[in-house]
Design a protein around this ligand. Structure first.
Ligand code: OXD
Ligand code: MN
Length: 597
């Protein structure tokens, strides 16, 4: 089968070209239908790519075990290939486009021999939204097709939109031989194309997600005046029925899915607060005619981290996962149910590699084991996720894992300060990417692995939204991960995080005055709702205290990091850093004067 219609000539030509290079046994154009999905599942059950799970407890749900060397994103093998190296920036690995094409095409030559080549037209975002963008992924992995069907609007409707618009992002993927030495994920932003070989792992292989919706889209967004961000979108409805949408950027595996699916604590629930999930990972924002930023979630499903998802932490996610889910690299119980650390029930008998579970081999589920599930299965799914216009954003939140120093919450003074706060973000690394875990690294706007161009230009792009007529969201920073001297978390997190979001909404509505500090505004005493909260007043004070000496050191470290972006660094951001530095010095001096008085 081929696509029909003359505006699809470019697509047909590309498919032919790829087929000549990769030499598949057959080509299949995906229509996204239920029958097609059922057929793919049959094929994968027969080949062992999918394993059945308990059909009574987990209807139509399956387990996929990836190659043990292929379990996470591989940032050191991920390249942004712009003609000028400086355009990719120090935040990306770079290769010249011609060299990159030659290198990866040599690996693609004959890579699909004996395999079916699937052509997947997909749309990122509601199919009729002007904010949505289309792509086509060619892959030889039926697992990728099945996941793309859950994660995107895939098939006939997307192809029709591509035919109407005549433009799409090209993504070529093959699992190749899974040899880490022959694994590359290459992006060609100027050509709107992606080539990925040697990995079947989500972030490396589901090209609509990180590769298209973040790396390529961030580049497009800069050209076209919008933002493609690594952010969840959550709707908070107060007892008056007013809804505020908050977009929040946290690095991978730092609780975006949990915050997006937050369950209010009893007091809030009884008072009538509700939480609606629009997205858990990616947010595309565009200025509307009213000057506000309007956001869509380009994805249609969740590719979430399984470990830590339990009845106590995220019952909404558990309910979402009750049926029609694909689990990757989780463990299995004796009665064939999926299992992972933190699930809170059952016992693993088989680990993620299919071995009898033995604690001596490490965790039963891989720390980056995942679930793939349709967003519409989520009990808190917001119907406005399908709105073509998107949802208006009231607040943007940045955050990361910071065991010390960084307060529970503070608000930036204005947009430019907020951009500095986002640019300065740091977090301990997690298992979502290969490499050491628990090491503090700067991860500006949680986009370190995902920004498809030079971070300095990206910060300038963010700053450019601050123009006359703009009604920009307030910007906040949160830290749910502060620890005390004994290494215990000081803030309970999860449902209690709504107390912090509530304060933000009060700030947006002009109902909370806050307490100004050199780094921004923290909640004034009594402003955070603490009813029923199991945190001592002393701990709460510590959580909202600004340690001036510590912040002077932090600002120095931020300065060193930002200076690494050299000449392209926007003056406005440098000025902001100096302003915060002076405010901190002044606070030190005031304290010294007060002490000697
Ligand atoms: C993800 C990631 O899979 O950030 O969302 O790694
Ligand atoms: Mn992510």
């Amino acid at each position: 089968m081929r696509a029909h219609g003359s505006s699809l000539d470019a697509l047909n030509r590309w498919v032919d070209e790829v087929a000549r290079l990769t030499e598949p046994a057959s080509i299949r154009w995906c229509d996204g239908s239920d029958a097609e999905y059922a057929g793919l599942v049959e094929t994968m059950l027969a080949s062992g790519d999918l394993l059945p799970l308990n059909a009574e407890t987990n209807p139509r749900s399956y387990l996929h075990r990836s190659h043990p060397s292929d379990v996470a994103r591989v940032e050191h093998l991920t390249f942004v290939c712009t003609p000028d190296e400086a355009d990719a920036g120090p935040n990306n690995h770079w290769m010249a486009p011609a060299e990159a094409h030659a290198k990866i095409d040599a690996l693609f030559a004959g890579a699909m021999r004996g395999r079916t080549m699937y052509v997947i037209p997909y749309c990122m975002g509601p199919i009729d939204s002007p904010l949505a963008r289309c792509g086509v992924e060619i892959t030889d992995s039926p697992y990728v097709v099945a996941n793309m069907r859950i994660m995107t609007r895939m098939g006939a409707a997307a192809l029709a939109r591509i035919e109407r618009e005549g433009r799409f992002v090209k993504g070529l993927h093959s699992t190749g031989d899974l040899d880490p030495e022959r694994r590359f994920i290459m992006h060609f932003p100027e050509e709107l194309s992606i080539k990925s070989i040697g990995s079947g792992y989500g972030g490396n292989a589901l090209l609509g997600k990180k590769c298209h919706a973040l790396r390529i889209a961030s580049h497009q967004a800069r050209r076209e005046g919008w933002l493609a961000e690594h952010m969840l979108i959550v709707g908070i409805e107060n007892p008056k029925g007013e809804k505020h949408y908050i977009a929040a950027a946290f690095p991978s595996a730092c609780g975006k899915t949990n915050l997006a699916m937050l369950i209010p604590t009893e007091g809030y629930r009884k008072a009538g607060w509700k939480v609606w999930t629009v997205g858990d990972d990616i947010c595309w924002m565009t200025p509307g005619d009213d000057g506000r930023l309007w956001a869509i979630n380009p994805e249609a499903g969740y590719f979430g981290v399984a470990p830590g998802t339990g009845a106590n932490t995220n019952p909404t996610a558990l309910a979402t996962l009750g049926h029609d889910a694909i689990f990757t690299n989780v463990a299995v119980t004796a009665d064939g149910r999926p299992w992972w650390e933190g699930l809170g029930e059952g016992e693993p008998v088989t680990d993620w590699q299919g071995r009898p579970f033995d604690a001596a081999n490490g965790p039963a589920a891989h720390p980056n084991s995942r679930f793939t599930v349709s967003a519409k299965q989520c009990p808190s799914w917001a119907p406005e996720s399908e709105d073509a216009a998107g949802v208006p954003i009231s607040a943007i939140v940045f955050g990361g894992r910071r065991p010390s120093l960084v307060p529970l919450v503070f608000e930036a003074n204005d947009w430019a300060h907020g951009v500095l706060v986002g640019a300065a973000m740091g977090s301990e690394t997690t298992a979502a990417a290969t490499g050491a875990v628990g090491v503090l690294r700067r991860d500006s706007m949680a986009m370190k692995p995902f920004c498809g161009y030079n971070f300095a230009d990206y910060f300038a792009h963010w700053l450019s939204f601050d123009k006359p007529g703009a009604k920009l969201p307030r910007i906040f920073h949160v830290n749910w991960f502060r620890k005390d001297a004994d290494g215990r978390f000081m803030w309970p997190g999860y449902g209690d995080n709504l107390r912090v979001l509530d304060w933000m909404i009060q700030r947006v509505a002009g109902l909370a005055t806050g307490h100004e500090t050199p780094i921004g505004t923290v909640p004034a005493k009594g402003e955070l709702n603490t009813e029923g909260l199991d945190v001592s007043p002393a701990t709460l004070d510590e959580l909202t205290r600004v340690d001036v000496e510590g912040w002077i050191e932090e600002l120095n470290a931020i300065g060193t990091y930002l200076d690494g972006f050299g000449e392209r660094m926007p003056e406005r951001l440098k000025a902001e850093r100096l302003r915060v530095g002076k405010a901190l010095e002044a606070a030190m001096e005031n304290r010294a004067t007060a002490a000697t008085a």
